[in-house]
Design a protein around this ligand. Structure first.
Ligand code: ZN
Length: 406
């Protein structure tokens, strides 16, 4: 049995949430090519049977949020400017989390933020409305950075062909753009939102953790991959120049240091519950959920900006056996909004749903033939996860124990 992408051979589900150990847990996913050498996957502790995200969340419940807030105030007082200049940069596309984050920093903590948006590859009408409301009702100065559409399309297509990862270009831009814009505008503080510590990743609060996090900083761009291809090769093969690609790449460490830019996660300082961020955004920035359910899951308000989103989670289902409902419901179990039994039903009902609402438009945009896309999907199915039956592909293992090998 051939196991693809260095995935863990044995499928194990967390006993608390519905996530499996097949979930990539570290960022290098985005830089590596097909074999994903050195990739990290979600750890499940043998003693408790809980995954590291759940364990981390348990620790989080013991955090003294009052003292964390004091830390935040101390930090902000170091950076706050009252001379009309921006004092922090907030990346986001107008989803509930970025809306909450920007609003609370400006109106509760009296910061003077500038928003920076790396727009979705294909904005949904609802996403665009929410973005406009964020700026116009929330009340912010904002910048939208439009990357070269031709290169964006090419890279998105290549990421699908090489990695089955339609979202790579968006994620890279979303993470890598802000520090570079901060540098250009002489803003010393960049605030990301949700604390990635929820996923067991380090908090980007100091230089050493940043240094270990090639997501944001890089000293040697030639060592990086884009769309699964080494930068140098990409430039040569597709008649590009380095300028075409630079916007997707991380800021260089020496620049970050020279400009004294700090990167923080607001979720480290404030208790962050997605459902509450949603209510806050509805109230303060005119955020609206989509009137229909997102394909692949049950929710109407999580990450609804990009038409490629549904396709992205369809591909995680193919590659890792983990669909959007698994991601969404695991997070809600951790926040006490869902029972595991309920989550299992939602996974059974929605995980891996075919994204037919937007798929034609998406494939047409990138110029990828639908049959070819389906063929690619099959190439990316790992033997240890999937079995071909006379009724089509079936998962070998599921959290509901109804897989072919359960
Ligand atoms: Zn878990």
């Amino acid at each position: 049995m051939k196991v693809k992408f260095n995935l863990p051979k044995k499928v194990v589900f967390c006993k608390n949430c519905v996530m499996s150990n097949q979930r990539p847990s570290s960022i290098p996913e985005f830089h590596h090519k097909k074999n994903r050498k050195g990739a990290n996957y979600l750890k499940i502790e043998t003693k408790t049977g809980w995954c590291s995200a759940c364990l981390q969340n348990k620790i989080k419940q013991k955090i003294n949020w009052n003292s964390r807030e004091k830390e935040l105030e101390k930090l902000l007082s170091k950076f706050r400017k009252n001379n009309g200049e921006y004092d922090c940069l907030i990346p986001g596309s107008g989803g509930k989390d970025s809306a909450y984050q920007a609003h609370i920093l400006k109106y509760k903590y009296r910061m003077n933020p500038l928003l920076i948006t790396w727009p979705p590859i294909l904005y949904t009408d609802y996403g665009l409305k929410n973005y406009n409301n964020w700026v116009n009702i929330g009340g912010f100065d904002s910048l939208v950075y439009r990357p070269n559409g031709k290169v964006m399309r090419l890279l998105t297509k290549l990421s699908i062909e090489n990695l089955l990862h339609p979202f790579q270009t968006f994620i890279l831009g979303q993470k890598n753009l802000a520090p570079k814009i901060a540098s250009k505008f002489n803003i010393n503080l960049v605030f990301y939102g949700e604390n990635e510590a929820e996923y067991g990743n380090p908090i980007a609060e100091n230089e050493s953790s940043l240094r270990n996090n090639s997501y944001f900083v890089s000293d040697n761009i030639n060592s990086l991959y884009l769309a699964g291809i080494k930068i140098k090769k990409l430039v040569k093969e597709f008649d590009l120049n380095l300028n075409d690609l630079k916007i997707f790449l991380p800021i260089e460490h020496k620049e970050l240091k020279r400009k004294k830019i700090q990167i923080h996660y607001l979720g480290y300082y404030l208790k962050w519950i997605p459902q509450e961020a949603y209510y806050y955004a509805v109230k303060n920035t005119g955020f609206k959920p989509r009137p229909f359910r997102t394909q692949g899951t049950y929710s109407k308000y999580n990450s609804i900006d990009d038409k490629i989103d549904d396709l992205h989670y369809y591909t995680t289902f193919i590659k890792f056996g983990i669909g959007r409902a698994t991601y969404d419901s695991s997070q809600e179990i951790r926040n006490g909004h869902l029972l595991r039994e309920e989550a299992k039903n939602l996974v059974k009902k929605y995980d891996g749903e075919y994204p037919d609402v937007y798929i034609d438009e998406v494939l047409e945009y990138i110029g990828l033939d639908k049959d070819k896309f389906h063929k690619l999907c099959d190439e990316f199915r790992s033997d240890h996860l999937w079995k071909k039956t006379k009724n089509g592909w079936k998962l070998r293992h599921s959290v509901n124990l109804d897989g072919t090998d359960d």
